[in-house]
Design a protein around this ligand. Structure first.
Ligand SMILES: [Zn+2]
Ligand SMILES: [Zn+2]
Ligand SMILES: [Zn+2]
Ligand SMILES: [Zn+2]
Ligand SMILES: [Zn+2]
Length: 365
């Protein structure tokens, strides 16, 4: 218990602020107030704890060889490696290291000299291609007015025509399928489709991935055929911030809101191991201390703390109001709110009004 610490907002200062608020300049008034005022401390607190949480992990790494690791720091035992002090707990940092002696070159097992079978064509160098295409002239609509492109059994085996320019597109010709004269589209001879231009109807074309040679560059070694392999150690430092909720008693929401950017808030930024400020209220001190347990992986922390001395003052001669006196930059300030009794009475009155309105509406119907 550190009861010795003086309250940053003394009773005298509070009473002076109340007297000024009530416009009572006479010293005797202040003396009277001292006997009559009920003062309760309700300081405000805003506090966050930011921890630097560290993790150390190892993983096998591979890159196309040669891969330069000469700039990467070397470690022997990752657990005891010292990456230096934490400069800023709020910053996320990652340090990569290479395990001493682990780096070596090996042949790439996924390829042969940097090339591997083309995945698109399976090494054949060719890929499937449509053998036929719709007729450029009739688009397959009414290719033959006699057989509608179905033909007769015997002639159906006739090879489709190659796609070519037709001199007289409006003149129908003999049908390749049914043999009728003057009934078929001159573009396709009644079939509605022609041989595919790209492959000439073979149904196969050069593989687009490997351009026909059946192999492609190995993506693992980027075509080099060799890999650099090593054990990488990673030390990651992550900021984790938590807010310390202020413990009760809580001043009214309106007071907290109004004092968010007003009053002489005292700011403290505490490093790891720093003691909490003496002037901090005991219940705030307890609430903060409870949140300072070491977390897993925590290596250091920063406590950011703001508090504002605040007191609630009730007076018999001012039954309708509660005065909230806070530490100001030059002198204490006052936020006056209607007392709970007044608020309750007002809301009861409002509820009464509402009831009357409802009754009126009901009778008017
Ligand atoms: Zn026909
Ligand atoms: Zn046609
Ligand atoms: Zn084709
Ligand atoms: Zn291919
Ligand atoms: Zn490879």
């Amino acid at each position: 218990m550190t009861g010795a610490a003086p309250d940053p907002l003394s009773d005298d200062e509070i009473l002076a602020a109340v007297a000024a608020y009530l416009r009572l300049p006479d010293p005797s008034d202040r003396l009277r107030l001292a006997g009559a005022a009920r003062i309760a401390r309700q300081p405000l607190l805003a506090c966050t704890v930011t921890r630097c949480v560290e993790s150390r992990t190892e993983s096998e790494q591979t890159r196309p060889a040669p891969h330069d690791l000469s700039d990467v720091p070397v470690y022997g035992d990752l657990g005891t490696y010292d990456p230096g002090p934490v400069k800023d707990v709020h910053r996320h940092t990652t340090v990569h290291l290479v395990h001493d002696g682990s780096a070596r070159e090996t042949g790439c097992t996924k390829c042969s000299h940097g090339r591997r079978q083309c995945a698109n064509c399976g090494g054949r160098g060719r890929q499937p291609c449509p053998a036929l295409q719709p007729c450029a002239l009739c688009r397959g609509a009414r290719p033959c007015t006699a057989c509608e492109g179905k033909g007769t059994g015997r002639r159906a085996a006739v090879r489709p025509r190659a796609a070519r320019k037709v001199k007289q597109p409006d003149v129908r010709t003999g049908c390749d399928l049914c043999g009728e004269q003057g009934t078929a589209c001159p573009g396709c001879g009644g079939r509605g489709r022609t041989l595919h231009e790209e492959c000439g109807g073979s149904g196969e074309a050069e593989c687009r991935t490997c351009r026909g040679n059946g192999t492609e560059e190995c993506g693992v070694c980027e075509g080099r055929g060799r890999l650099t392999v090593w054990t990488r150690g990673t030390i990651e430092r992550t900021p984790v911030t938590e807010t310390v909720g202020p413990p009760p008693p809580h001043p009214p929401w309106l007071v907290r809101r109004r004092l968010r950017n007003r009053g002489a808030w005292r700011t403290h930024v505490l490093g790891d191991g720093d003691a909490l400020p003496e002037e901090l209220a005991e219940h705030h001190r307890r609430a903060v201390r409870e949140r300072l347990v070491r977390r897993k992986g925590e290596i250091t922390r920063e406590v950011s703390l703001r508090h504002l001395p605040l007191a609630r003052v009730e007076l018999h001669e001012l039954p309708g109001k509660v005065l909230h006196v806070y530490a100001g930059h030059t002198e204490p300030g006052v936020v006056a709110l209607p007392s709970r009794r007044v608020v309750t009475r007002l809301s009861a009155a409002a509820a009464g009004c509402a009831a009357v309105v409802v009754l009126l509406l009901a009778t008017l119907r």
